[in-house]
Design a protein around this ligand. Structure first.
Ligand SMILES: Nc1ccn([C@@H]2O[C@H](COP(=O)(O)OP(=O)(O)OP(=O)(O)O)[C@@H](O)[C@H]2O)c(=O)n1
Ligand SMILES: C[C@](O)(CO)[C@H](O)COP(=O)(O)O
Length: 258
């Protein structure tokens, strides 16, 4: 068993749907092509612990979350079950493992299909965002409990963004067609939080491949709202992200004194 401590969110007063139980679905079935060759991204280590375990802890550390469904690499479900059993995780949380699909969207759907009745709020959290703080998780849950059908953590952009005509050959110059007003744009993170019935309907209705779950709810014509995201909730996508994640984790461990 790992001897890492189990930080937990404080018991929190909640308003609105206070009785609603919350489950988290963690899509973890991606290969991590942009990270480079190696094990599936979620199983690669960060500070000696698989990225997936960090992401699972980030969800389970929220007192709101009582079930975590991990959507594993299709050939890695048994390995993921073994990993969950080998690491210290809160006793009050139940863990389910299901094999994933070809795309993130399919994997999330497979996770949703595995949810038992009795959970009215669902968080969807990338295994690739291992360092999201529990306060961000709690803020998303709170906003759904307050009545929003879909909630995304979001941050303002640091870079100016250009819309281009994509080049046929990668690396070729691309004509710029517009510069959207940056003050109106946000970079969105996970966990994204949903009223369960809304998310299930979105996954049953939207057939085109999208990059996040909230955009499926937008396609239903329902409101999606943001709460403040966190810079440490960044997605480990490319090799440099792993360097940053290791540094953030090392700083946390120094601050925690272990
Ligand atoms: N078929 C897939 C593809 C992605 N994911 C998950 O969706 C999250 C966000 O995806 P991304 O960061 O793009 O991960 P990968 O698909 O693994 O990355 P890449 O595109 O570089 O291969 C990750 O936790 C990833 O494991 C998944 O569960 N099933
Ligand atoms: C869901 C997400 O993390 C929100 O920013 C993102 O869209 C996932 O994109 P990816 O290309 O599958 O990593």
């Amino acid at each position: 068993m790992s001897d890492e401590p189990l930080p937990q969110s404080p018991a929190q007063p909640v308003s609105g749907r206070t009785a609603a139980r919350t489950a988290a679905v963690i899509p973890a079935a991606g290969r991590g092509v942009r990270l480079g060759p190696g094990a599936p991204k979620a199983l690669r280590t960060l500070g000696g612990t698989p990225m997936l375990i960090h992401a699972v802890r980030a969800m389970a550390d929220s007192r709101a979350v009582s079930l975590v469904v991990v959507v594993a690499p299709p050939e890695g479900a048994a390995e993921v079950r073994t990993l969950l059993d080998a690491h210290a995780l809160p006793d009050r949380t139940e863990f389910v493992v299901v094999p994933g699909g070809e795309t993130r969207q399919e994997s999330v759907k497979l996770g949703l299909d595995a949810l038992p009745p009795g959970f009215d709020i669902v968080l969807v959290h990338d295994a690739a965002r291992p360092l999201v703080p529990v306060d961000t998780v709690d803020a998303v849950v709170e906003a759904v409990r307050d009545g929003a059908p879909a909630v995304v953590p979001a941050l303002p952009l640091a870079d100016t963004v250009k819309q281009v005509e994509p080049a046929a050959v990668p690396g070729e110059p691309e004509p710029v067609v517009a510069t959207p007003d940056r003050s109106l744009l946000r970079a969105v993170q996970t966990p994204q939080g949903f009223d369960r019935a809304t998310l299930v309907r979105a996954h049953e209705t939207v057939t085109d491949n999208v990059t996040d779950d909230a955009s499926m709810v937008e396609q239903l014509g329902l409101a999606v709202v943001t709460v403040p995201g966190h810079e440490e909730a960044f997605k480990v996508t490319r090799p440099l992200d792993l360097v940053l994640a290791e540094a953030v984790l090392a700083r946390r461990r120094l601050n925690d004194g272990f």
